[in-house]
Design a protein around this ligand. Structure first.
Ligand SMILES: NC(=O)c1ccc[n+]([C@@H]2O[C@H](COP(=O)([O-])OP(=O)(O)OC[C@H]3O[C@@H](n4cnc5c(N)ncnc54)[C@H](OP(=O)(O)O)[C@@H]3O)[C@@H](O)[C@H]2O)c1
Length: 277
């Protein structure tokens, strides 16, 4: 199966292409064009990555029809609240040269450590996403970096998130948040599915990869998919782009999945209640 189906029936390609840290300008244009050429149809963008204009040029240059592409945007932390979110959305669409997005996410939750009224602020931002969804400007809406405590209040809303994009990779499984996502049919997307590249040096991972005759990156992507997550690997290199989505011809054994779940040494990611940005 090429796609997951979101709780509102919208189909989303099972592997996405990440654009964080991709330098703006020619590098980004070429990387996104190459990703599309090698078969990616799902591009994960964000205003804060500072390269949406370049992503937009690549989408145009690709020659692939807009309706064949799945484009995600994210509203950044400085733009929370109803009016700012609406304006941020318009700018993102303009920069990406599109009149709708397939998925729009709240990039990080406002947290109790930053704001007394964090729930209200998240709810206002969510109301903007809900109105964009009802107006047909986005096909699906969701959140990112929302842990269980941030997600719970949104589950009382009329429309609840369809996606939660989280740091998920071998050694980082975010079990309590994932359990809540599963309970409410919220698709977990796996960001940094290769542990931002650092994970690929793990000896344990290398040994598992050797047994399957696959690369460490392919094992990470497959681990995501076997968990029902949607991985978003990023690479600037064509061969790696191809490799990262060539994972259909093998299956990880249960014992290897378990060993990967508890792979040690790669931290616990940014806690949304501790971030200073
Ligand atoms: N919502 C959020 O807060 C959030 C946070 C972080 C990331 N994300 C999303 O998730 C995407 C992916 O995460 P990420 O960028 O942190 O990292 P990642 O995809 O886990 O890892 C990317 C790193 O791995 C290297 N790499 C890729 N494929 C490889 C392969 N086959 N063999 C060896 N090395 C390989 C890349 O180098 P080269 O480029 O040189 O190949 C790059 O250094 C982001 O681009 C972004 O779209 C979202």
């Amino acid at each position: 199966m090429e796609n997951y189906v979101l709780r509102n029936g919208v189909e989303i390609p099972k592997i996405g292409y990440g654009t964080w840290k991709t330098p703006d300008g020619d590098t980004c244009i070429q990387a996104v064009e190459t990703a599309i050429k090698t078969g990616y149809r799902h591009i994960d963008a964000a205003a804060v990555y500072g390269n949406e204009v370049s992503v937009g040029i690549a989408l145009q240059n690709s020659g692939v029809e807009r309706k064949e592409l799945f484009i995600t945007g994210k509203v950044w932390n400085t733009e929370r609240g109803y009016g700012r979110t609406m304006r941020a959305f318009e700018k993102t669409c303009k920069d990406l040269q599109t009149d709708y997005l397939d998925l729009y996410l709240i990039h990080w939750p406002a947290s109790p450590s930053q704001y007394k009224c964090w729930k209200e602020l998240n709810s206002e931002t969510w109301e903007a996403l809900t109105d964009l969804y009802k107006a047909g400007k986005v096909r699906a809406i969701g959140v990112s970096n929302f842990r269980r405590r941030h997600l719970l209040p949104l589950l009382q809303e009329e429309i609840i998130p369809m996606v939660n994009q989280l740091q998920l990779h071998p050694g980082m499984t975010q079990d309590d948040t994932i359990a809540l996502c599963r309970e409410y049919d919220i698709l977990p997307e796996a960001y940094s599915p290769l542990g931002n590249g650092k994970l690929l040096n793990s000896d344990s991972l290398r040994m598992i990869a050797e047994r399957y005759g696959k690369s460490q990156a392919q094992i990470c992507v497959k681990w995501s998919i076997q968990h029902g997550f949607l991985p978003l690997p990023k690479s600037l290199h064509e061969e790696r782009m191809k490799m990262n989505r060539s994972v259909d011809d093998f299956e990880l054994k249960e014992e290897d999945m378990k060993a990967l779940d508890v792979l040690e040494g790669f931290g616990t990611g940014n806690d949304p209640d501790q971030i200073t940005f």
